[in-house]
Design a protein around this ligand. Structure first.
Ligand code: KG4
Ligand code: ZN
Length: 332
């Protein structure tokens, strides 16, 4: 299968990776812009694009150097081409297409969400069919993987993504950005039963809703300003994790599938990982967790998806663009 160079610039991390034979990570360099956006409480698209432009080349050079490979060793050049911020995506896509042209190598555009789905495969061999919960700042969905490339979206959020809910609640609490890891840490010292927050969209569907929970947190703090931040964080987190775990396990049972994996930034959440693993064990379901480095945005997962996609579908034409709302479906 050879050696793949991948570039990921869909949001606020500039990343380049070198992956051998689809799954062996030789280098995975991630340069995060978190500090640049922290003062604004969220990602500023224009700031992100400009920072990617400055960082993309050094990050690629570092990845080549860590992996101890040169351009001659690269067999495939790839980049995330959607979904994401248009200006940010354009930097990675233009860079990858230029390198592919200059080095006379094939190019493959990768769906970022499919990249998150492949993250778990860097650590585990999971034979389809399996269920994957994809939870990040920009998306939340339960996907049935019949086989790689054949995806059935069983449910999605109807409003905020799970990571977005963490970020918005953290911003309201004045905790900083991104909210997920901060709330995760804070929750360790809090009581998850302190406040019984509503479990959004508590129905038979596999869809999610998190905006009501965010409003419930705000209303609660207004009424009870003395509440400890740690209790608030733990109780909010429990409400999110409860629904994510219950619906994912129900989806697996409904589909008659006994393998579950997760991906996306929120899959780094310690409570989600613990509760999903525990619930799966009780229900005789195999649970596959990606290592933390592959949960948040990184190019290794993009390289893995690219290598598989190239083998199955061949190269992406060099007149491909960047697609901010790209869906998880084939052909794409
Ligand atoms: O996958 P990612 O890096 O970017 C997107 O594709 O959106 O995910 C970023 C999201 C942010 O909303 C961040 O707050 C959340 O993942 N996140 C977490 C944790 N680490 C990152 N959420 C909960 N707990 C964490 N430990
Ligand atoms: Zn992501």
């Amino acid at each position: 299968m050879g050696i793949t160079l991948a570039i990921e610039t869909s949001c606020d991390e500039t990343s380049a990776a070198i992956v051998k034979d689809g799954f062996e990570v030789l280098a995975n360099v991630v340069d995060t812009q978190i500090e640049m956006h922290a003062g604004y409480g969220g990602v500023v698209p224009e700031v992100a694009s400009r920072a990617h432009l400055l960082k993309v080349q050094p990050v690629i050079e570092q990845a080549l150097s860590y992996a101890q490979v040169t351009e001659q060793d690269i067999d495939l050049v790839s980049a995330t081409y959607g979904p994401g911020l248009i200006g940010a995506l354009l930097v990675g896509v233009s860079c990858a297409k230029s390198l592919a042209l200059a080095w006379e190598k094939p190019f493959v555009g990768v769906n970022h969400v499919e990249g998150h789905l492949f993250a778990c495969l860097l650590d585990h061999q999971i034979e389809p069919p399996f269920i994957v919960l994809l939870v990040a700042g920009g998306h939340t969905q339960i996907v049935q993987v019949e086989e790689l490339g054949n995806y059935k979206v069983l449910g999605s959020t109807i409003d905020d993504a799970a990571g977005e809910a963490y970020d918005k609640v953290a911003r309201y609490m004045g905790l900083g950005y991104p909210g997920g890891p901060i709330i995760d840490r804070l929750a360790h010292d809090g009581d998850p039963e302190a406040i019984k927050f509503p479990r959004g969209l508590n129905d038979d569907s596999y869809n999610f809703s998190f905006s009501g929970l965010k409003t419930a947190v705000i209303n609660y703090v207004r009424k009870h300003p003395e509440t400890k931040d740690a209790d608030l964080a733990a109780s909010f987190q429990e409400a999110v994790v409860d629904v994510l775990v219950n619906k994912t396990v129900a989806a697996a049972k409904g589909a008659g599938i006994n393998k579950i994996s997760i991906g996306g930034g929120v899959s780094a959440n310690s409570r989600l990982r613990a509760k999903l693993a525990q619930t799966c064990e009780q229900q005789n379901i195999s649970c596959y967790l990606p290592s933390l480095a592959y949960c948040t945005d990184n190019a290794a997962m993009i390289a893995s998806a690219a290598a598989w996609k190239f083998n199955k579908y061949g190269p992406t034409a060099l007149d491909a663009g960047a697609y901010p709302t790209l869906k998880l479906e084939y052909p794409n």
